[in-house]
Design a protein around this ligand. Structure first.
Ligand SMILES: [Mg+2]
Length: 235
């Protein structure tokens, strides 16, 4: 493990898969929504279709140079719903898109509140950097334990660029108010979070709870692992 660093002045977190988790998970939500429309599909089939559709949109975003917008995010999810549940047609899109705008569709990592308090006590600026859209703000509004991030939430659809684009991380740097090299970015996606942040000059740590990336040296298996890496001005 790298030694603690006393020059990290800001910690920015990815949202989905890092601080926020859909509960129930997306596959269960999609499967149950189809079932209510009279279409019975196995969760394994829904999972395979969902991830294929999700990856196809990642490829489309790469081809577009990582540009995004509210309209692009809605189009992304409209296609993922259509490709995952073709038997149901377009009727489920609005229901599923709306579902994930609700705070009660998500749970927050139970260690988050204590972690934020400890980091804030060390004088660390806290924020969030997410590939998402305006729905993230309605989700955050329902989870007060994420209030310490308020005012420094960087959302791709609002920025116009998504992770891993350097232009997205430039907006993180602006929101943090400190140089890129003094920001630690924490996320669960190797390409979008870890490689994106480091390529933009930030520090990064990969949240890797299932140890899928043992080759990455800067990784933690739970959020509290950050505390070993951030001394802070008050530490
Ligand atoms: Mg994530």
């Amino acid at each position: 493990m790298p030694p603690p660093t006393d020059d990290v002045r800001a910690v920015f977190f990815d949202a989905v898969g890092t601080l926020l988790f859909p509960d129930p998970g997306a596959v269960a939500v999609y499967t149950e929504a189809a079932r209510r429309r009279g279409v019975d599909l196995s969760p394994d089939l829904v999972r395979a279709r969902f991830w294929a559709a999700y990856q196809a949109e990642e490829v489309a975003d790469l081809a577009a140079g990582w540009a995004t917008s509210e309209a692009r995010e809605e189009a992304r999810w409209r296609r993922i719903v259509a490709d995952t549940l073709p038997e149901v047609g377009d009727g489920l899109f609005a229901e599923l898109f709306g579902h994930f705008a609700r705070p009660d569709a998500w749970r927050v990592d139970p260690d988050a509140a204590a972690l934020f308090a400890e980091l804030a006590g060390r004088g660390i600026v806290l924020g969030m950097g997410s590939n998402y859209d305006a729905r993230l703000m309605s989700v955050l509004a329902g989870h007060r334990e994420l209030d310490p991030l308020a005012g420094r939430v960087v959302v791709s659809a609002a920025v116009g660029w998504r992770k891993p684009a350097r232009t997205f991380f430039a907006e993180v740097e602006r929101a943090a108010g400190v140089p890129a090299a003094d920001i630690l970015f924490v996320g669960d996606d190797l390409d979008n979070d870890y490689h994106g942040a480091t390529a933009a000059g930030l520090r990064a740590v990969l949240l890797d709870p299932n140890a899928r990336h043992p080759d990455v040296s800067d990784r933690i298996t739970r959020l509290s692992g950050i505390l070993d890496r951030v001394t802070g001005s008050a530490g």
